[in-house]
Design a protein around this ligand. Structure first.
Ligand code: SF4
Length: 318
């Protein structure tokens, strides 16, 4: 690990000021991903700004009937919150499908959205990787791609986003609140928060340097049956090959977001209009334009089958 300096801050404004003051600074909260990346020297921040003391650790109702989740709310606390379990069960289930109890105790809402890909070539510093070192190439294209993306990818990068929580939040139409170093704030729909790799896979979100996530807001609950179905190579503590987060209504309509297949939680609203016709019809739209590799072509079929299982569980036409 390379030497770095460290400071604690007490408010979002102090955090923003610290980020402006120091070149190459990074925010740290749970550190469940960043510390691993620093040990491997994939991330080498010159300065760490510890934001654990800035008070964004509450879950509060919004005037519109939704929930505002502070950026520092731990994954364990979010999954266990009574309001989340009752009205946003999809979120609770997705969180509990991710990582381990110890990691969920440390991992935060904002950090979960910002975690980096688990592409094995990204973590192997002897391999070329456009995301780790722009312009060096992509070892995964032509390499072993079983875990990697099949849609939304590019000729520069085929990595997936690893978050389960983000899949649920995408289906729930979550909005990401943030503050920029100049003090201005903005609200970004999660649909637009992560960006596709194109020629610049090292750019993963719309956040500007020094911009800090302060909260994630969920709109008022929409009811329905909430199901998160995660398919993985072992029963726990593994990233998704494919996951389907769905909210299914009694009339067979609903929302579907998919994980494990793309560089961001994958949701295509047009596919949801075909849900009442069953998984095959919806998957054709959801996965249109998929560009799988030899090792991961099974994922397209797996999306259809997982979605079929989810619809059957919800009592809808599979
Ligand atoms: Fe790097 Fe992306 Fe290629 Fe993986 S898929 S090696 S993260 S460029």
């Amino acid at each position: 690990m390379k030497p770095f300096t460290y400071e604690r801050v007490n408010s979002p404004a102090e955090a923003a000021a610290a980020a402006t003051r120091t070149q190459g600074a990074r925010f740290i909260a749970g550190g469940t991903n960043l510390l691993d990346l620093m040990k491997l020297q994939i991330e080498n921040p010159a300065h760490l700004i510890d934001v654990n003391g800035i008070g964004l650790d509450r879950i509060e109702p919004t005037p519109e009937g939704g929930l505002r989740i502070g950026a520092l709310v731990r994954n364990t606390d979010l999954a266990a919150d009574k309001r989340v379990r009752k009205d946003y069960a999809l979120l609770s289930r997705a969180l509990l499908a991710g990582a381990s109890g110890q990691l969920r105790n440390k991992a935060t809402t904002a950090g979960n959205l910002l975690q980096r890909t688990r592409c094995p070539y990204f973590y192997d510093t002897h391999q070329p990787c456009n995301k780790r070192k722009p312009g060096t190439g992509c070892a995964a294209i032509g390499g072993f791609s079983r875990q990697l993306g099949v849609i939304g990818t590019s000729d520069a990068c085929i990595a997936t986003h690893p978050s389960d929580m983000a899949v649920a939040m995408r289906a729930l139409d979550a909005i990401v609140e943030s503050v920029k170093p100049n003090g201005s704030t903005r609200a970004t729909p999660l649909a637009n928060f992560h960006v596709l790799p194109g020629d610049t896979p090292h750019i993963e979100t719309v956040l500007e340097p020094g911009e800090l996530i302060t909260a994630v807001t969920l709109p008022a609950p929409v009811g329905g049956t909430h199901i998160y179905h995660k398919v993985r190579d072992r029963a726990s503590y593994a990233f998704a090959l494919v996951s389907v987060g769905a909210i299914v209504q009694r009339d067979g309509s609903g929302r579907v977001a998919v994980g494990g297949v793309a560089p961001k939680p994958w949701r295509v609203e047009a596919a949801e209009r075909a849900l009442a016709q069953g998984a095959k019809a919806a998957t054709e739209i959801l996965m249109a334009g998929a560009r799988p590799k030899q090792d991961n072509a099974f994922k397209v079929t797996l999306v259809e089958r997982t979605l079929g299982a989810v619809l059957a569980q919800a009592g809808a036409k599979p």
